[in-house]
Structures are given as C-alpha cells and as structure tokens.
Design a binder for this molecule. Sequence first.
Ligand SMILES: Nc1ncnc2c1ncn2[C@@H]1O[C@H](COP(=O)(O)OP(=O)(O)O)[C@@H](O)[C@H]1O
Ligand SMILES: [Mg+2]
Length: 248
Amino acid sequence: MSEPVLRTERLGRTYRMGRIEVPVLKGIDLSIGKGTFTLIVGHSGCGKSTLLHVMSLLDAPTEGRVLYDGQDAFAESSAWRQRVRNRRIGFVFQFYHLLPELTVLGNVMLPELIGHGPLAWLGVRRDARERAARMLDTVGLNDRMDFKPSRLSGGERQRAAIARALVHDPEIVFADEPTGNLDTRAGWQVFEMLRSLAIDRGKTVVMVTHDNRFIPEAQQVLYLEDGRIVDAEAAARLALKHERKGLL
Ligand SMILES: Nc1ncnc2c1ncn2[C@@H]1O[C@H](COP(=O)(O)OP(=O)(O)O)[C@@H](O)[C@H]1O
Ligand SMILES: [Mg+2]
C-alpha cells in the first residue's frame, strides 16, 4: 500500500446513555493509503457512521488513537483538528444536507464563505463563485446552478453535495452511504465519481456502504461487523446469516 495518510490504533467509541454504556467501536486498527479508494462495508448498525465520524474528526474516540501523517489528532488542540477538518477533509452525507433556501451554486459556495467576516465576503465572493461554478461543471451540473435543491433529482443533489465537499480542494474525502438514497444508475454515477477522485486525481477517498456491488471496484475493503474489522470470509459467512435471518 502507498504511504498511509491516516491510521487508527485500537480505536474505541462507547456511547454513554445515563448509566448504560454502549460500546460501538471495539478496537479498530486500520490504515488508509494516500491516494487510494477504500470501502467500509457492513450491516446497518455495525458502527460505520460512528467510525467515519471519528476518522474525520467530527467525533472523538473514547479509546485509542487517530493518526494523520503519524500525528495523534486527539492529542492536538481542537483548533488543530478544526484546521485539518477545514483544509484537508471533505465530507459527503447520505442525505446531502443541502440548504433548501439557497441555490445549488449558493450551497457549494457556502463553505468558502464561512470563516470570513461579512466584509471579507465581498472580497472572496467572486473567487468562491468561480471555484464553485467550476466544481459544479466537473460534476455535470453546470445547467442546474441556479436551481433550488428541491428541483433536483436525488442523484443531482448528491453530485451537488460532492461539489460542495470538494470546493476547498481537500486531500481526503469521506462519504457516508452516498448512494444509499439513489436508484441503481444514479448510485453508480456517484460511485464512479468518488472512485475517480482517487484513481484519476490522487485524492484519498473513504466510502461507507452496505451495498456489496461496489466491493470488486475498491482498492481496499474493510468489513465492519459489530464494531470490529473482520476478514472477507467472516464477512461472507455473516452476510449469509443475515440473509437467512431476513428470509425466515
Ligand atoms: N449518539 C448516539 N448515542 C447512542 N448510541 C448511538 C449513537 N449514535 C449511534 N449509536 C448506536 O451505535 C450503533 C452504530 O451506529 P452507526 O455508527 O450509526 O451504525 P451504521 O452507520 O453502521 O448503521 C447503533 O446501534 C446506534 O444505535
Ligand atoms: Mg450509518
């Protein structure tokens, strides 16, 4: 594998609800190579979103470490983590999280404008607009820029969300079930778009899915089951068990 940009060591995340402890991640060791496309696969509730949120520094682990270029992210200040999040990371959500009252272009520009005071806005606005328009062009939405998200199809909304995640040119893109709400064709389009970010543009992409069809196309597949990484054979056995349970 190429040099790892991100690693986790014995990563754990336990939720506390009153006096009850719910361990969700149970000692995860993984390594993400620079410029690679990784899939994280597992059944609903096995901890995929929790893992992605901790890896992308949106949430803190309760045990273990997250290392960016060997640096322990949670030993650093929250300002350091914020900087990594803002500059190096892009995040794509299953439900797009586009703001309904803004146009597609406005949604994609927004991350560029946040962090600047109202006066600075005037200065950075044109730049941000140009970058956002270019990015929307790349994802094939150049004729949808002035639409509100409600007028777009699911696939178009997700492409707009990808444009928003990429507009600040992050090195690492995390996507949490980005095809979960899309039909087969739009799902493949979004998948291909994310995969090509790694293969053709050298970005590091980590995508979560419960859709097995994408597995043969990934450079690395991590199977998550009940908060642990398991090997492919164990994952296949478990998938069979889940399927049988669904049929009975
Ligand atoms: N904030 C939370 N508080 C308590 N339990 C949670 C919280 N978030 C997730 N969980 C639980 O953690 C488990 C894993 O959730 P999640 O990471 O969302 O799984 P997945 O994305 O694989 O479906 C689930 O059992 C879920 O109910
Ligand atoms: Mg999830």
